[in-house]
Design a protein around this ligand. Structure first.
Ligand code: SAM
Length: 304
């Protein structure tokens, strides 16, 4: 337990897919006046140094955000044309790196924060169980001076979600929530916890927007999870969208090398109606820029 530290993986292809989907979803939800509750059940440390010891160890960002930025926003040259969702994502990353050199990667809390509206209309609830990461997260959030608008708790995110749903009504009386469920899947039981957590959430608050990230790995639980989420959404008669991005094997790896994580998926329940077209434009471009060869691919399916 707790050997996972997101700092090793920050800015990798999985973060790119996850955060692009998150930004595109939030952009749409923020078009409505009414305030919204944002819940991040597995928030991580919040901010990561791409030039720090952790990130260097895996250097995973090099096959993710670093490659995307270098290709689409080359230093000293005009930016290349890209899908709106990719541009939006790179703008947000660039806002954390005003010098133009990629040093800082914003995790999900810091992806969400710039999109929140002031006057306390929106709320952000963050949960992180790792003792060090939750302390770092609390410190990073403190710097924002956001007061009661953002709450950080060192708590099990699966359990913390239940009492938060349904969310309190906004000033206009409507109840709105976006929930990001992004566990490390370090322990096998995380897969089952995601399913039961979603089953409960859909009963308590069927109209919430739920985003679940999962790794595409050769493990029965990982294959089963998106199937299970489809079934749950269909049973609850809620629409869903399922996006996957596989960057394929690193050509530098030998046949016996362990490839690391090469693919992941985002399952969105109650997606904004614009999200499918947005991701349909972005995914092939992401694959074009991040794909490494054997095993690469992307897919987008929807239902409900
Ligand atoms: N959502 C973050 C982002 O996009 O930047 C990354 C989160 S990382 C994939 C998963 C995090 O969940 C890790 O920081 C881990 O310590 C934390 N974690 C593991 N089990 C947890 C639990 N039951 N409740 C809350 N956090 C947990």
């Amino acid at each position: 337990m707790f050997s996972y530290r997101h700092a090793f993986h920050a800015g990798n292809h999985a973060d790119v897919l996850k955060h692009i989907t998150l930004i595109a979803t939030l952009r749409h939800l923020m078009r409505k006046e009414a305030g919204i509750t944002l819940i991040d059940t597995h928030a991580g440390a919040g901010l990561y140094r791409l030039d720090g010891d952790y990130a260097q160890t895996g250097a995973e960002a090099r096959d993710g955000v670093v490659k995307l930025m270098a290709t689409l926003r080359p230093h000293g040259q005009a930016p290349a044309a890209a899908a709106t969702a990719i541009d939006d994502y790179l703008d947000l990353i660039a806002s954390y790196n005003p010098s133009g050199t990629l040093r800082v990667y914003p995790g999900s809390p810091f992806v969400m924060h710039p999109l929140m509206r002031t006057e306390s209309r929106d709320r952000l609830k963050l949960f992180e169980l790792h003792p060090t990461d939750s302390r770092t997260l609390a410190g990073n959030i403190e710097q924002l001076g956001a007061g009661r608008q953002i709450a950080v708790a060192r708590q099990d995110g699966f359990e913390a979600l239940r009492p938060l749903l349904p969310p309190p009504p906004s000033a206009t009386g409507s109840k709105r929530a976006l929930v990001l469920i992004d566990p490390s899947y370090e322990i096998k039981s995380d897969y089952a916890k995601v399913s039961s957590c979603m089953q409960d959430a859909l009963k308590r608050f069927p109209t919430g927007t739920y985003l679940v990230w999962y790794p595409v790995i050769p493990r029965p639980e990982a294959h089963e999870l998106p199937r299970r989420l489809k079934t749950l959404s269909n049973q609850a008669q809620r629409p869903w969208l399922h996006a996957t991005l596989a960057i394929g094997r690193d050509p530098a790896d030998g046949p016996d090398d362990r490839p690391g994580l090469t693919a992941s998926g985002m399952f969105v329940i109650n997606p904004p109606h614009t999200l499918k077209a947005t991701l349909a434009e972005a995914l092939p471009q992401l694959l074009g820029h991040l794909g490494r060869g054997k095993g690469q691919g992307q897919a987008l399916e929807s239902g409900g």
